[in-house]
Every structure is written in structure tokens, then in C-alpha cells.
Write a new protein. Structure first.
Length: 160
């Protein structure tokens, strides 16, 4: 996370990193948020507005489905933002899948959830995987060259 926050002051960076750590610690509890909602109600009034059950039959199931997709999406986005490795773009594929699933739950336009969202992710996969394959191919050549250089240096050292 240091590379992500390196332009910030140390105090501000500490506050931001503490908030991110708190949200990560809070994320498992979000999965159980639905237990605080009464069963078999069709609308629930919050300070955000009224939550209606849509196609799920009860607000409790609707909230469970939302947070069941939101928590992994949130954690994957945090991982993507804070990761500096060359392969971090591959995390965009599960992020896109969870995002499409969450949107399908929120829109509730389909009667089946988690069945066709992966089809929409295929173009995103192609766009991400082709450059990553190219990067990995070039990185492989570079790593082989470094290994060859180390071997040559060892042979030269033995001859001296």
C-alpha cells in the first residue's frame, strides 16, 4: 500500500491506511447484515430510503444477495488498487464478474441470477488476457536472459 499512498503526507497516509484496514476488518460482518432485518417483510425503511424485496420474496434475502456480491467485489477492488505486481490486471476479470452479478441483482430484470453474467465478461477477459500474455512472454525472455547472465558470471568467476 505504500506505493499507492506515497504522494500523501505520512499522517494522512496513516489515516487512509487505517480506514482501509478497518473496512477490511468490517467486511465479514457485512455478510451477516441481513440477520438484523426481520424475516418475511416486503419493504424496509432505512435512512437511505425504502428497500423493496423485488423478485426475492423478502428484503432479508435481497440484502443477503446484495452483500454476498458486494463484499468480494469490494475486497477485490482494494486488492487491485493496492497491488503493484505485473499480474494485477487479471484481478479485473473477477471484479467485472461480481460487478455484473451485483448489477443484475439490483436491476432485478432477470429471473435467474448468476447464470449469464460470465458471458458478458468474455470480451473483458480477451482485452485483459492478450496484453498480459504478451507481457508475460516478454518477461519470460527477460528472466531467461538474467539467469543466463548469472550463469555466465559464475563460469567467469570459476575460471579466475
Amino acid at each position: 500500500m505504500k506505493s499507492f499512498f506515497k504522494n500523501k503526507s505520512k499522517k494522512k497516509s496513516l489515516y487512509i491506511e487505517s480506514a482501509v484496514a478497518f473496512l477490511i476488518c468490517l467486511s465479514p460482518f457485512l455478510l451477516y447484515l441481513h440477520t438484523f432485518i426481520p424475516e418475511n417483510i416486503t419493504s424496509f425503511h432505512t435512512f437511505f430510503g425504502v428497500i423493496k424485496d423485488s423478485q426475492f420474496g423478502s428484503v432479508q434475502v435481497f440484502i443477503f444477495m446484495i452483500f454476498n456480491k458486494f463484499v468480494p467485489l469490494f475486497l477485490l477492488i482494494l486488492l487491485y488498487i493496492t497491488n503493484k505486481n505485473w499480474w494485477s490486471n487479471i484481478i479485473l476479470i473477477p471484479i467485472a464478474t461480481y460487478l455484473f452479478q451485483l448489477v443484475s441483482i439490483l436491476l432485478s430484470s432477470e429471473s435467474f441470477i448468476d447464470e449469464v453474467e460470465f458471458i458478458y465478461v468474455i470480451p473483458i477477459m480477451v482485452i485483459i488476457l492478450v496484453p498480459l500474455y504478451y507481457i508475460r512472454k516478454n518477461l519470460g525472455i527477460y528472466l531467461n536472459a538474467i539467469d543466463l547472465k548469472k550463469e555466465m558470471e559464475k563460469v567467469i568467476e570459476k575460471k579466475k
